[in-house]
Design a protein around this ligand. Structure first.
Ligand code: TRP
Ligand code: ZN
Length: 887
């Protein structure tokens, strides 16, 4: 915690390190009331910047460490030989090669920030990315300093029978006093942020994988004993990931052992520490009875993501933290492609695009907007964002769209080969793609430096006499903090032109000799640019931005009838869904307007009729039907509003849902019952076809429940009571909680809590379902649930499940006109600021969106931001977000 203002770090100020650390030898003595860390650093002057005669002062990072002893080449330093201000330790080396030995005392047992070395339950573990290693020992805590690590752990044998660190186990033994030790050696040089250790009473599930070159790798997943029956899905996911990375990227695993450890208290999803991934238990544990289909898919994706980092992140790492998207954007792209290959490609794309448009677009439009490669930061933890991760992945996807799948593989091969063992920049990634494909991505790189979501307006004109069809594109990008003027992006627009039966027309541009296929990627590179297609016999309907080929806001003046046509006939599955969403948005916005004017709500029946056609067609992919039945979320509707009227949005969407439920009751009920019947007789499998069946079943149930019919209530209760899996049980619970059946919901909530009180991850679901319920009294219910014995502010999963779900998911509850939701959130942020700054800062996000709301709410939201600002000693995390939001 600091009182002075955190300083701004600029990308433009990057300098190579003066010194390097060739070897790092660490010994941890772990005790219940403190721990001792001995570090021996074998160092030398960096030859790349050894231009001056005099040796520069050595400045080691070290945050709030109690220094016990420090030696330079075996000479203990005295008070006057060095200085330490709580953040940096400075000393003057005497030679270009030297060894630093230090011993520090730290308190993992009281570390609630979950950064550095800390305790989760009875287990010791670490989280060093981005700048946590400096809370463990004095070091050059920056990713371009890579070192060979040897780590010894010493701890009580009874309490901590398992002692783990990166690399391979090389020695172990016992000491007197019931203590034991183990030494691990990591043969790969790595930056400190990839360091990890774990000590605890853990059980493990073991398996093995034979790599493409025939090496056998031991795979181990370590968990607390009660969770040993929930690891199989993660293990299966790991083996699939290893195989996929060999097949798709030619990348093989490099150590003889790969370990995953599940911990309950973790700030994020998981961490890719070399050979020893540490995971939030929510990202590992999954079995049918306790985890939903969505949770199973999340586990698979996160296991893959962290595994893929072994190449995109660890073997080739980041030069500095501004380059974070180099590893994160690329790795999110890789895990998304993996999930697409494992399940339904179209459904995965729909989920990712809906998520990006709701959350990343909102970030891009808010006060924390930043480019994929930010130019400055106060606190790097604040930049693990949707922009760096998800938009970063979209940027990589656009490169693949531009160079094609084979060109992309050539580029990634060159990147890995050229930079193996190095700490590099986004420019190096781009250069590999350019060199492998003989192209120039100079203008494309604006995606890395310009923030904001571009708008792409398209209009069309058909020339009946000349048989030509002209598409005109106009791109613009709104100003973002610190960036008023934007230059044109390279926007790849994948498209087809459809005839009146939905068939794709051959595409020939003016000046071309012949048509080049029926699906093409146009590159829009100018502020305004037109493309003319020839030999078009009748006016076509364009299917634009297929697969969401660029992260932009596309606007084309489709009529509702055209959208209905595309919804049913577009040959691209993603764009069929997209047309349905656009139609729904138009109709919902019309209802919002009626609601705001105090008129009776009247819904355009065309959406209902289009949905009926989909529902009765049993040949369609059920997952697609489920996606098409899902109306755009309230968060997305808020995001695309000028001024978001959350009450009107909620009322409009509820009205639309009820109208659909009444009009389509028969087909919905029929499909619900058929699928429920199948579920009852089919054992749970975590595979696409089963996900699809349950997705349609569950969305159908949520609709038919809107009608309040007694046979539906009975079916919902039956599903709640007898389902053999969490997907069906939790949906039934959520549907009951959101219904007016007060007595039934109270019973269900109580039964559920009683059955699952010993499973914290299931209790998280129980909290979330209630936090997300928009019925009156939401805040009181949330406050009440904070008193529940299963709740604690010290566990990030609990904070996210209850407070996060309320502030992000429950728009009417959070945005109460009296400002009570805002005040509540500010209180929690202030408390958490002292306990866990990273979580406090993330929890703040909804308040930063104040510009989206009416004047009264804006004033209330700003007042709460000001209250946080004035609340005392702010962490750099919270300080940065609050001050930028108020600026
Ligand atoms: N590199 C991690 C990932 O795979 C991100 C991460 C995990 C992280 N824990 C963290 C970032 C704590 C900051 C703080 O995406
Ligand atoms: Zn990552």
């Amino acid at each position: 915690m600091r009182t002075e203002q955190p300083k701004v770090i600029q990308l433009a100020d990057y300098q190579e390190p003066d010194y390097l650390i060739d070897e790092t030898h660490l010994t941890f003595e772990l005790y219940e009331d403190h721990s001792l860390v001995h570090a021996q650093l074998v160092m030398r002057r960096n030859p790349a910047c050894a231009d001056s005669e005099t040796l520069p002062v050595l400045c080691l990072d070290g945050q709030d460490l109690q220094l016990q002893r420090i030696c330079l080449d075996d000479q203990e330093l005295q008070a006057g030989d060095y200085s330490y201000d709580g953040g940096l330790l400075s000393l003057q080396p005497r030679a270009s090669h030297f060894v630093i030995d230090s011993t520090v005392l730290i308190h993992p047992e009281s570390n609630t920030a979950l950064e550095g070395l800390y305790k989760s339950g009875t287990m010791f573990c670490t989280q060093c990315e981005a700048e946590g290693f400096r809370k463990i020992t004095f070091y050059l805590d920056r990713p371009d300093v890579m070192s060979a690590f040897t780590t010894t752990l010493v701890a009580d044998q009874q309490r901590y029978p398992v002692l783990l660190s990166n690399g391979n186990p090389v020695a172990s033994g016992s000491e007197e006093g019931g203590r034991h030790w183990a030494t691990w050696q990591d043969p790969f040089r790595k930056p400190a942020y990839l360091f990890a250790l774990v000590a605890g009473d853990l059980w493990c599930v073991e398996d093995s994988f034979t790599t493409m070159s025939g090496r056998e790798v031991a795979l181990r997943i370590y968990v607390e004993p009660e969770n040993i029956d929930k690891c199989q899905h993660a293990m299966d996911s790991l083996k699939k990931s290893m195989k996929w990375d060999e097949e798709v990227y030619g990348r093989e695993y490099d150590l003889d052992i790969f370990m995953i450890v599940a911990v309950n208290d973790f700030n994020m999803g998981a961490m890719e520490n070399k050979g020893l991934n540490i995971f939030n238990s929510s990202a590992v544990l999954a079995r049918a009875e306790t985890a939903t289909d969505a949770a199973h898919q999340r586990v698979e994706a996160i296991v893959a993501h962290e595994y893929f980092h072994n190449w995109s992140g660890n073997r080739v790492t980041c030069r500095d933290w501004f380059q974070l998207s180099l590893k994160e954007g690329f790795t999110v792209f890789r895990d998304a492609e993996f999930s697409a290959d494992m399940h339904s490609r179209t459904v995965k794309r729909i989920e990712d695009v809906a998520y990006l448009r709701t959350h990343q677009f909102a970030e891009d439009a808010g006060p924390m907007a930043h480019s994929v490669r930010p130019a400055s930061y106060m606190e790097i933890s604040n930049f693990y964002t949707l922009t760096v991760y998800e938009k970063g992945a979209e940027v990589v996807r656009m490169i693949r769209t531009l160079v094609g799948a084979r060109g992309f593989r050539k580029g990634s091969d060159l990147y890995f080969e050229r930079h193996d063992g190095q700490a590099v920049t986004c420019d190096d990634f781009i250069r590999a793609m350019e060199d492998a494909n003989g192209i120039d991505l100079t203008q494309f790189k604006r995606w890395y430096s310009q923030a904001g979501t571009p708008r792409l307006a398209v209009d069309a004109s058909y020339d009946t006499a000349a048989n030509t069809y002209r598409l005109r594109f106009r791109q613009s990008c709104p100003a973002t903090p610190g960036q008023d003027e934007k230059l044109p992006f390279v926007i790849p627009v994948e498209l087809a032109l459809l005839d009146n039966r939905g068939r794709e027309l051959p595409l020939q541009l003016v000046g071309e000799d012949a048509a080049v296929g029926t699906v093409r990627v146009l590159q829009v590179t100018e502020a305004e640019q037109a493309f003319t297609f020839v030999n078009i016999q009748d006016e076509p309907l364009p299917s634009l931005l297929r697969g969401f080929s660029a992260p932009v806001k596309l606007a084309f003046p489709y009529s509702r009838d055209q959208l209905m046509f595309l919804m049913q006939h577009d040959s691209d599955g993603f764009n069929r869904w997209e047309a349905g969403q656009q139609l729904a948005v138009q109709i919902l916005q019309e209802l919002v307007g009626q609601q705001q004017r105090g008129q009776a709500l009247v819904m355009d029946p065309r959406l209902i009729e289009a949905l009926r056609t989909l529902l009765v067609d049993e040949t369609l992919d059920q997952a697609m039907v489920a996606e098409m039945l899902s109306l755009p979320g309230e968060g997305y509707l808020a995001e695309i509003s000028q001024v978001a009227d959350v009450d009107a949005i909620h009322a409009a969407r509820e009205f639309a849902r009820k109208s659909i439920a009444e009009a389509l009751f028969e087909p919905l009920w029929q499909r619900y019952r058929a699928n429920r019947e199948l579920s009852r007789h089919t054992p749970y499998v975590a595979e696409a076809e089963h996900f699809a069946r349950r997705a349609l079943q569950n969305i159908a149930l949520s609709y038919v429940m809107e009608t309040g019919r007694p046979e539906v209530l009975a079916a919902c209760q039956e599903q709640f009571e007898t389902a053999d899996n969490m997907t069906e049980r939790l949906t039934a619970l959520a549907v009951l909680v959101n219904s007016p059946f007060a007595a039934e919901k109270a019973v269900a909530l109580e039964v559920f809590a009683e059955n699952f009180k010993d499973n914290p991850l299931v209790m998280d679901q129980w909290f979330s379902v209630q936090a997300g319920c928009p019925l009156p009294g939401a805040l009181d219910r949330v406050r009440g649930l904070m008193q529940h014995p299963a709740f604690t502010l010290k566990n990030p999963n609990k904070v996210r499940a209850l407070i996060g779900a309320f502030a992000n998911q429950n728009l009417v509850g959070f945005h109460q006109a009296d400002g009570s939701g805002y005040r509540f959130l500010a209180e929690q942020v202030i408390t958490l600021n002292a306990l866990n700054p990273q979580i406090a800062s993330r929890l703040l996000a909804p308040l930063t969106r104040w510009r989206k709301y009416d004047a009264a709410r804006q004033a209330l939201m700003r007042a709460e931001l000001e209250r946080i600002q004035a609340s005392g000693e702010l962490s750099s995390d919270v300080f940065e977000v609050v001050s930028k939001s108020l600026a």
